[in-house]
Design a protein around this ligand. Structure first.
Ligand code: AMP
Ligand code: MN
Ligand code: MN
Ligand code: MN
Length: 272
């Protein structure tokens, strides 16, 4: 059975609608999928229940937060999407994303780029993220592709990297726990932390109520998988795996396309 526990839809910065995502997952042999859009559960709520015989769908979310001046992503898996505390958290994130988008837009207009907000509001079907700005910059001919737009305008240290809009790690883990979900550190290797810092993150995460880490994220190297499965074992953390799928494009892993969890791991789904 293939579990893909990290995916995006048009409710955030993914390119497929929730139903298109499920059809593709079923075609690719995925037996259980978590929809984990950035700071929203709208994609999950939109699903047509007609798929339910072919695939199990886990309600999820990917929250943005900060820890030690780092931007960290926390997955909430198997959450009660109607929980009130979760809904409050989602509302706060929506507001934070809107404020951040306005700040990014303002910075870009200072570079002489016409205000992108009207177009971006039209182009995004849900939560607004930097990929929407990236696509706008590509449409305007200011970047070759989204990667180039991140490199020139939106990535760490660039004009559009405004930061400081996210709540602390403890807060978002609290929302996931309140909603009965399992909090997981998403793609731990992406943050490029030293081993010491990564351990400090894991320790604070556990103190906040976090339960697991994404041991396999997309097409990462075996060396990274080994390191992360060792970390999970050292701290008795649950292990998760997912493609972080956004669109059918070579840049992203496709649905279900990633290495199996090492056998020494305790998969997060054992509890479901
Ligand atoms: P945000 O949620 O607004 O902070 O934007 C983060 C999202 O941007 C990630 O989830 C990715 O989907 C995308 N992203 C981050 N870095 C890059 C990059 N270098 N090239 C293309 N997309 C990126
Ligand atoms: Mn994304
Ligand atoms: Mn992420
Ligand atoms: Mn993601």
């Amino acid at each position: 059975m293939i579990y893909d526990l990290h995916t995006h839809t048009t409710a955030s910065d993914g390119k497929l609608s929730p139903d298109e995502l499920l059809r593709r997952a079923i075609d690719r042999g995925v037996g259980c999928i978590a929809i984990t859009d950035h700071d929203t559960v709208d994609g999950f709520l939109e699903i047509d229940s007609g798929h339910s015989n072919s695939i199990r769908v886990i309600p999820g979310i990917e929250f943005s937060c900060k820890w030690s001046r780092q931007n960290i992503h926390v997955l909430g898996l198997n959450i009660d999407t109607h929980n009130e505390q979760l809904a409050d958290g989602i509302a706060q994130q929506k507001n934070a994303r809107l404020q951040r988008a306005a700040a990014i837009a303002q910075r870009l207009t200072k570079l002489g780029i016409p205000d992108p907000m009207p177009e971006i509001r039209k182009a995004s079907g849900g939560t607004i993220g930097r990929p929407h700005f990236a696509e706008h910059l590509v449409r305007c001919g200011l970047a070759r592709d989204t990667r180039d737009a991140f490199r020139k305008y939106l990535g760490a240290g660039r004009t559009g990297d405004v930061g400081h809009y996210w709540p602390d790690l403890e807060r978002v883990v609290g929302w996931v726990v309140a909603a009965g979900g399992t909090a997981i550190i998403a793609h731990p290797a992406h943050y490029k932390l030293t081993q010491t810092k990564l351990r400090a993150l894991v320790e604070d995460f556990i103190d906040a109520g976090g339960r697991g880490i994404e041991v396999v994220s997309g097409s990462q190297s075996d060396a990274v998988t080994n390191k992360l499965s060792g970390l999970a074992n050292d701290y008795s953390l649950l292990a998760s795996c997912g493609s972080d799928f956004h669109e059918p494009d070579r840049r992203w892993s496709d649905l279900g396309s990633f290495a199996a969890l090492p056998s020494r791991c305790m998969p997060v789904w054992r509890e479901w």
